[in-house]
Ligand binder design. Structure first.
Ligand SMILES: CC(C)(COP(=O)(O)OP(=O)(O)OC[C@H]1O[C@@H](n2cnc3c(N)ncnc32)[C@H](O)[C@@H]1OP(=O)(O)O)[C@@H](O)C(=O)NCCC(=O)NCCS
Length: 164
């Protein structure tokens, strides 16, 4: 890694995003609950905006490591998406997105989905370029960083084993 080319480090809070959508009938499957692809699209949008804010570059999704749907979302419920940078490599960034649903009538909330996405920042020639380092301070930020580091390590080990 060429640290001279690396922009100054930033905190996860400097790029974190929280937004909400409402689940409309056209976003559902035949059971009247959210169609997974719609939620995945919202997750990709939120995560890419976090990666853009951290790197201040054009970014592309390179992988979605894990996504789980833990509870169904029904028409009319609010879908709250929170995204932040978990980890950075040299040119790549892992963004974690946590999705919860909120019943607007009762205020009840429940986590429905978690996802980890990796983006790469590109320069003017569409080549991977160094991103700012990450300053992790809180216990939660340190836990997220360490878990993401383990995911990166596991992915590299698995790829190595698959090739051999
Ligand atoms: C992203 C892209 C430019 C990377 O090109 P590349 O030749 O693999 O570049 P590198 O090998 O230098 O890897 C760049 C970074 O991506 C990471 N990376 C590559 N493949 C990865 C994968 N499958 N999962 C996670 N990270 C990956 C590398 O570890 C490296 O990270 P680092 O710099 O932090 O160490 C290229 O794969 C691409 O254009 N992909 C298509 C992206 C796209 O169109 N996305 C839209 C969704 S359809």
């Amino acid at each position: 890694m060429d640290d001279k080319k690396r922009p100054p480090s930033k905190r996860p809070s400097q790029s974190a995003i929280e937004t909400r959508m409402i689940l409309m009938p056209q976003d559902t499957n035949q059971y009247g609950t959210a169609f997974g692809g719609v939620i995945m699209s919202w997750i990709d949008i939120v995560a890419s905006m976090v990666a853009q804010r951290h790197s201040q570059r054009v970014v592309v999704t390179v992988s979605i490591d894990r996504i789980t749907f833990d509870a169904p979302v029904y028409v009319g419920e609010h879908v709250v998406l929170k995204g932040s940078v978990n980890y950075v490599g040299n040119t790549s960034m892992e963004i974690g997105v946590r999705v919860s649903k909120e019943n607007p009538m009762t205020g009840e909330t429940e986590i429905t989905t978690r996802a980890y996405l990796t983006f790469v920042a590109l320069d003017e020639n569409k080549k991977p370029v160094s991103v700012p380092g990450l300053i992790v301070e809180t216990e939660e930020e340190k836990r997220r960083y360490e878990n993401a580091r383990l995911r990166v390590q596991a992915r590299k080990e698995l790829l190595g084993r698959l090739k051999s």
